[in-house]
Design a protein around this ligand. Sequence first.
Ligand code: GDP
Ligand code: MG
Length: 160
Amino acid sequence: EGLSTVIIGRPNVGKSSLLNQLVHESKAIVTNVPGTTRDVIEEYVNVQGVPLRLVDTAGIRDTEDLVEKIGVSRSKEILKTAELVLLLINSHEELTDEDRMLFQLIGTTPAIILLNKADLPLNTSVDEVKNLAGSNPILRTSMTDDRGLEELEQAIASLF
Ligand code: GDP
Ligand code: MG
């Protein structure tokens, strides 16, 4: 049981690092090699009284894969079951079409947008993210220095 919470984002944005931070353990393998997470990983965690079933999705490798192969349908399938989406953006990079597509896939599911890698210089257009995010909250986070994790836990707790 637990609220189905799906972590999405391009490869290497920090999805598995986030899962590990939230469960306070190294459950998912983190490397700097895109495509490290091949299987879907599930972990149960209680965030400020809210029980979550966290799902770490495998990164989808490029736009061609995303559009022409199984990427979109797989993401959509997983997202159909989501009660909460955590969408990670690498804020050290400019937005890509894959990022923009992931915003579209969220649909009406409650989502929290994480501008991750906040320990590095900001290269993402925050204005564009705000437009894409609509009313969903946007947080600056870093998985390497724990920045924003407290705020994330509070944001999750305040949604449910
Ligand atoms: P995933 O592919 O989205 O699951 O990303 P990972 O969690 O495997 O992380 C990919 C790489 O980015 C690893 O080398 C992480 O250590 C690094 N990383 C993740 N989060 C951050 C962050 O907030 N700041 C920095 N500087 N590196 C990060
Ligand atoms: Mg991963």
